[in-house]
Design a protein around this ligand. Structure first.
Ligand SMILES: [Zn+2]
Length: 382
């Protein structure tokens, strides 16, 4: 059998940097065989300058919005951003398909092997039939009034069933706490047994203001969209403390953004009665794009919560490149060791999407992809 033997200045195995002088041995197709000392590796070792690590897991993306690249103005705040998306998201089919193909290629070339991808439509179905990337499809549903809950859920279920013909990696998920009614949360929760769900969480301060006191920018959003919120009463609790108890059936939940998540919210997560695993997904370049802010990552680390990384979409990012998210985290939080951030980008993401049997680390039998990091860039080499 033909093997590949790979050595680099440093090897990160999904958990930690290995001692120097280790060689990663894979089968020709990329299945991990073993890691050995260089003295036991024999001949034909390929040497790379830089860091070798497993393929990245992008836990939050919206590939179907790729045609919005450079369309949405930056730093307008979330409410204006949402209104802009609704204005620009429709486009000709060939424009959307072409943009998605370019995005898929970029994800692959920059080392992403698996994506947790939000789908509001079946637009990405044909791309995913041929993509070399693993996709978990989060079929997203919204509707803030109870009377449209069943109709909206049926539409999502129809899209979900179309994706199920392609793969089993799918779940129906709420868009955000401020766009999903309690009845719709209930329907989603009923379909969530054994599933990984995700939700956009605390992406703006306004989100907490709305749930706590029914004030702030969301009132403008509902008015602009013609959504009647007269029956909604202020809850005196934050967004996270409102939505989390409504998704009790989910096996795992990926809370995305967390830009305004506080210690009280993290305590609430830690004290919840269910066994479900929580993951906090960071998309710092999108947070900078929309709100010109970054989450309190140091607070998340202090609390030892599970962290994963995402890019969000081309509506709120200038690239779909996990290594650029890593660089932004290093820029704003220079004291976080690279080893920790790489772990978020690899094994943690694989666990969140329940694909750690195949992805996320250099362990025998897995086929995680191999990424080379050098000259401030990440490139897929296998
Ligand atoms: Zn998003």
């Amino acid at each position: 059998m033909a093997y590949r033997k790979i050595k680099a200045n440093k090897i990160f195995d999904g958990y930690t940097f290995l001692e120097t002088n280790k060689v990663l041995i894979t089968q020709a197709n990329g299945i991990i065989e073993t890691i050995v000392d260089v003295k036991d590796a024999g001949d034909d070792i390929q040497n790379f300058n830089g860091i070798i690590c497993p393929g990245f897991i992008n836990a939050h993306c919206h590939i179907e919005l790729s045609h919005l690249k450079n369309k949405i103005p930056q730093q307008t705040g979330l409410v204006e951003f949402i209104l802009q998306i609704l204005k620009y998201r429709n486009a000709d089919e060939d424009i959307k398909q072409h943009a998605m193909q370019l995005a898929d290629q970029e994800l692959y070339n920059t080392g992403t092997v698996a994506v947790g991808d939000i789908c509001n439509t079946n637009d990405s179905l044909s791309l995913k039939k041929h993509s070399k990337i693993h996709w978990h499809n989060f079929i997203e549903v919204s509707g803030f009034n109870n009377d449209i809950a069943e109709t909206r859920f049926e539409i999502a279920k129809n899209i979900y069933e179309q994706f199920c013909k392609l793969s089993l990696s799918n779940s129906i998920v709420p868009h955000a706490p401020y766009s999903v009614s309690t009845k719709l949360f209930n329907l989603i929760n009923q379909s969530a047994i054994g599933k990984t769900l995700c939700i956009h969480n605390q992406e703006t301060l306004t989100e907490n203001e709305f749930f706590q006191d029914k004030i702030g920018g969301f009132l403008h959003l509902y008015e602009s969209l013609g959504v009647d919120i007269t029956s909604f009463l202020p809850l005196q609790k934050t967004s996270l403390q409102y939505w989390l108890p409504q998704l009790k059936n989910a096996k795992k939940i990926i809370a995305v953004h967390n830009t305004f998540t506080t210690q009280a919210d993290i305590n609430f997560v830690k004290n919840k009665k269910t066994e479900q695993e929580m993951y906090f997904c960071l998309c710092p370049n999108a947070n900078l794009y929309i709100e010109n802010t970054v989450p309190a990552i140091d607070l998340l680390i202090k609390n030892q919560v599970n962290i994963v990384l995402g890019t969000d979409s081309y509506a709120s990012n200038t690239q779909l490149n996990i290594f650029e998210e890593i660089k932004t985290i290093q820029k704003y939080f220079p004291n976080i060791p690279l080893q920790n951030i790489l772990k978020w980008a690899t094994i943690n993401g694989a666990k969140a999407l329940e694909i750690n049997d195949k992805f996320g680390s250099f362990e025998k039998g897995k086929i995680p992809g191999i990424v080379l990091i050098n000259n401030e860039k990440a490139t897929r080499i296998l």
